[in-house]
Design a protein around this ligand. Structure first.
Ligand code: 5GP
Length: 201
C-alpha cells in the first residue's frame, strides 16, 4: 500500500491553521497528529483532541526516551509530535497533517526529506494582528510575543515548498489549495522513482 504523505502546515498565530486543517480532516484521507504541550488548554480545547496537555516533567521524559518525532519551545512552553502515532498513520496510507511551527518544520524536513512543507499566511501583518486581537484568548504579553515571532517565522518561508494565503473568509479556498498540492505531490515523478522500470514488468 502507498504510504501517506507527511504534510507540515505552519503559519504565524492568527493565520487560521486550525480552521483550514479542520476542513481537511472532514475527509478520511487525512489524519491529524495530536501534539503534546505544556501550555494550559484554552477555553473549549479538549485533552487528547487538540493537544495532550502534559507537565514539563512528563514532556522531558518523553524527549529523553526518544518518543518525539520533533519538539520545540514556543513562547516558554514545550510542543512536540509523538513519534509512534505519526508513523502508524503514515503506514496506514492516510496523509498526516502536522500543525507545527517553523523550527519543528525544519527538523521534520531534515529527518523526513519527503515531507511537504506548507506555510499558511494571512494577507498581511496588519490583518494578522487584527485577527489575533479579535480572538482575544491570549494575554497582551502572549499576543505581543506571537506577533514578534512572526518575523522569524516568515523569514524561513524560502525553506517551505508552498505558500497558501488565507484571505477574508478564505479557509475553504486554502483547504482546496492544500488538497490540490497533495494531489500534485502524489503524482510527482520523484515519488515514483521506479515507475519506468515497473511499467514493463
Ligand atoms: P498554540 O499555542 O497557538 O496552539 O500553538 C503555538 C504554536 O506551536 C503554533 O505555531 C503551533 O502550530 C505550534 N505547534 C503545535 N504543536 C506543535 C508541535 O508538536 N511541534 C511544534 N514544533 N510546534 C507545534
Amino acid at each position: 500500500m502507498e504510504k501517506g504523505l507527511l504534510i507540515v502546515v505552519s503559519g504565524p498565530a492568527g493565520s487560521g491553521k486550525g480552521t483550514v486543517n479542520a476542513m481537511l480532516l472532514e475527509s478520511e484521507e487525512y489524519a491529524f497528529s495530536v501534539s503534546a504541550t505544556t501550555r494550559d488548554p484554552r477555553p473549549g480545547e479538549v485533552h487528547g483532541k487538540n493537544y495532550l496537555y502534559i507537565t514539563r516533567e512528563d514532556f522531558e521524559g518523553r524527549i529523553a526516551r526518544g518518543e518525539m518525532l520533533e519538539h520545540t519551545v514556543y513562547c516558554d512552553n514545550y510542543y512536540g509530535t509523538p513519534l509512534k502515532e505519526a508513523m502508524e498513520v503514515l503506514e496506514s496510507g492516510r496523509n498526516l497533517i502536522l500543525e507545527i511551527e517553523v523550527e519543528g518544520a525544519m527538523n521534520v524536513k531534515r529527518r523526513y526529506p519527503d515531507a511537504v512543507l506548507i506555510m499558511l499566511l494571512p494577507p498581511s501583518f496588519a490583518v494578522q494582528e487584527a485577527r489575533l486581537r479579535g480572538r482575544a484568548t491570549e494575554t497582551e504579553d502572549c499576543i505581543l510575543k506571537r506577533l514578534e515571532r512572526t518575523k522569524s517565522e516568515v523569514a524561513l518561508l524560502n525553506h517551505y515548498d508552498y505558500v497558501v494565503y488565507n484571505r477574508d473568509n478564505g479557509a475553504g479556498i486554502c483547504a482546496d489549495d492544500i488538497r490540490a498540492i497533495v494531489r500534485a505531490e502524489k503524482c510527482s515523478v520523484r515519488r515514483h522513482a521506479k515507475a519506468s522500470e515497473d511499467y514493463f514488468v
